[in-house]
Design a protein around this ligand. Structure first.
Ligand SMILES: [Zn+2]
Length: 375
């Protein structure tokens, strides 16, 4: 970019175009509409009514009934899509509920489609909400050592308890014995990439059959986009797009989410498959591979701590790009706003603007409904 040579003040006064709201709007460089927002929703199989999540004020674990109401509202507000996460009643080592025809997400897709037929439905494709060990794939004995997990906060633990730890925190792997958070796992278990791929493909297909408009694989297994693309194509879903969690970092900002869905790993952490927060070249490789494998949209997650990554990906690939404002980022603003330390509404708008400015086309945010109401 070349800056025009100017003698500066007094001929140049940049404040002239900031003088009124109208002038500021005329020269605004980025903007956003409700159609560019995606609303993530948790659906709990056993929930009779919505359950508040204390670490994410304003967010609930939906029953199917309350999800239908939320979907209607999102549709009315013109929100771009809803992103569904399921919390099943039963969990096991293979996450077998994840691809059940009558599973929690599959029922949720049908519910949303009936309630709000014009609202696009995206489904998260992973196993961590469905496995009793809380990892995103199938465990196997391997050479790779799983590192100890830092202890979760008391609020996250309380939320995990409320989310029904049959959900995640109750059952242990039988041969592992009870394990405290932060303890070193006695076995050298690790998440097996290739056997996990088969499960992810089956999960994605079950979501497609239920009526999802898009699937979003988030397990960070190598080859997950390719194997899902192939499975969808072979079953007549070649037109169903994939939103790939391409650059998903191993982040502390996921804490409240794991409490909300009871998916905190029972041992170890996810650093052996999610990305190291220090890396950006690796994010470019992840995105390049996902696009080659068939990703229609790529994602950076978390959002605001990684805007440099968003910018470089957009400039390099010119591909539809989403960011996910994750639970911890959401909770920080909510917590500060609740104490009167900042104006939450303004802060959320500013954060979405920053995502758009950095190059994101789409923003996944728990604040989507409130933001859309203010537009
Ligand atoms: Zn996962």
């Amino acid at each position: 970019m070349t800056l025009i040579k100017s003698k500066g003040w007094p001929a140049t006064r940049l404040r002239r175009l900031r003088a009124t709201p109208q002038l500021r709007a005329l020269v605004r460089e980025s903007n956003f509409t409700a159609a560019q927002l995606i609303l993530p929703c948790f659906v709990k199989e056993a929930a009779k009514k919505p359950e508040p999540i204390s670490s994410m004020p304003g967010v609930v674990r939906h029953s199917l009934k309350s999800l239908a109401e939320e979907a209607k509202q999102a549709e009315k507000l013109g929100i771009g899509a809803i992103l569904l996460f399921g919390i099943p009643s039963k969990k096991d080592a293979h996450g077998s509920q994840a691809d059940e025809e009558s599973g929690v997400v599959q029922e949720a897709v049908r519910t949303v489609k009936r309630a709000a037929p014009k609202l696009a439905v995206i489904t998260d494709v992973c196993l961590c909400e469905y496995t009793n060990h809380g990892h995103c794939g199938i465990l196997t004995s391997g050479k790779q050592r799983v590192l100890p997990l830092s202890p979760p906060t008391p609020t996250v633990l309380a939320d995990a308890a409320r989310s029904g730890k049959a959900s995640g925190c109750g059952k242990r792997m039988p041969h592992h014995g009870p394990l405290a958070f932060g303890s070193r796992h006695p076995l050298t278990s690790y998440v097996d990439n290739d056997s996990t791929l088969k499960r992810l493909a089956a999960v994605a297909l079950s979501h497609a059959k239920a009526g999802a408009d898009m699937v979003a694989p988030s397990a960070m297994m190598d080859g997950q986009v390719r194997i899902i693309r192939r499975m969808l194509d072979e079953n007549g879903y070649e037109s169903l797009p994939i939103l790939a969690y391409a650059a998903k970092y191993s982040s502390a900002f996921y804490g409240p989410f794991r409490g909300a869905v009871g998916s905190a790993p029972q041992f170890g952490d996810r650093a052996a498959y999610q990305m190291d927060p220090h890396n950006v070249d690796e994010a470019l490789r992840e995105v390049a591979l996902d696009i080659e494998e068939g990703a229609d949209i790529v994602m950076v997650k978390p959002g605001y701590a990684y805007l440099d990554v968003v910018r470089v990906i957009k400039e390099r690939f010119h591909w539809p790009l989403a960011i996910y404002q994750v639970s911890g980022e959401y909770a920080m603003v909510k917590a500060a706003a609740a104490r009167g330390w900042l104006d939450g509404d303004r802060a959320f708008k500013e954060l979405v603007a920053s995502a758009r400015r950095a190059g994101a086309d789409l923003v996944i945010t728990y604040e989507a409904v409130s933001l859309a109401k203010q537009l």
